[in-house]
Design a protein around this ligand. Sequence first.
Ligand SMILES: Cc1ncc(COP(=O)(O)O)c(C=O)c1O
Length: 443
Amino acid sequence: MSATQATILNPLAEAANEAIRKDCPVVFDLLSERGKRFFFPTQGILAQGAEAKQKAKVANATIGIAVERGEPAHLACVDRYFSGLTPGEIYDYAPSYGKPELRQAWARKQRQETPSLGGQLLSNPVVTNALTHGLSVVGELFLDPGDEVLSSDLLWENYNLAWETRLGAHISYFPFFDPDLTGYNLEAFTQALAQRTGRKLVVSLNFPNNPSGYTPTGAEALGIVAALTRAAEAGTRLVVVCDDAYYGMFFDPACEHESLFGRLAQAHPNLLAIKVDGGTKEAFVWGLRVGFVTFGIQNGTEACYKALEDKTAGVIRSVVSSCTQPGQSVLLKVLQDPEFRPQQDEKIAMLRSRAAVTGVECRRPEYADCWDVYPYNSGYFMCLRLKGADADLVRRRLLDEHGVGTIALGPTNLRVAFSCLTEEQVPGVFRAIAAAVRAVRGN
Ligand SMILES: Cc1ncc(COP(=O)(O)O)c(C=O)c1O
């Protein structure tokens, strides 16, 4: 059933669809039925309120907040927990699209970090309640029940909850690493794409990867982009989601330091690239909940991007209305702060040292019978492929007998967040894992 058969489309949705269809017809095809229905209510309360903010010089009786002495009214018992932000930066609603200055500042940062974008036109980033929400919104716009998502077999488990359990899509997997665990399995990825030629396909790319901690090398990254471009040339209609949650946490000069979004956003008119990123890990502000969704496609136009931004903001408006004002205000100030980069570099250096110590400890010859180490060069995590012991039994034994917490993923994989371990803790953790593997295995 098409969107038009299911419901009468709001004229604003029709206008957004028309703008997308005219300039980027494939993007229109890629939208889910919900995505086709969505629009931003520009005639609604928010829009009327925004207009009044500009023009209502005598009295503004529009938006549902309380005002006192020209500022959002607030309680002293709340206010005492904040310093350095004005009441407007804390208590007022943010727009459904996000704070305009923050969106601009984030767009500038994305371009600085992604020189391969060149002059490619992109949408403005739309603010989400961090990356989880961004991924959910992308799913709502592009996934109908039964639609297929292609992912590596090593992935963040919340994809299953957001896209399969909630939206009824179906995730298919290809092996992330080659059989010898030397690097990215470009062959399996290319084959998986070839098997789906001509279809609609959502592809998720997450580098640095959770759970493996792997970022493709420069050559592998080019191979991934080339494989996707060839698939698009062969007629596959692609949404490629670049989940850049751990962007910047690179510990090896060989890793590709640019988001693949830069090249994918200009690859082909059959390929819509979507960058999902945010402050969560990059600015070490997990609980602030600020993320972004940004669209790029070779033939993208301002009108098409505006329509996609409107649909995104419409979905946000319908579920959470708008995202955190104080979180956005803080992230904006952080991006403008000359101390941000040096302080971020310090924390990345701390993670790099932990990754290096972990690399030595986990590869000690005396553990060779206990696990293989999946390659890692970035991010927060590394992953072991256990030999002859069930991962969850090992995890439980580690907790009960050694007081060490890890994450079991499937029957063989154990994820270790070295980001949470001091260098001094690392050797003991791997000693404990080896002891637990041997105990579970009985030798
Ligand atoms: C790969 C990946 N994507 C997205 C997220 C979600 O991040 P956020 O906390 O910003 O929602 C995580 C968090 O663990 C993650 O590992």
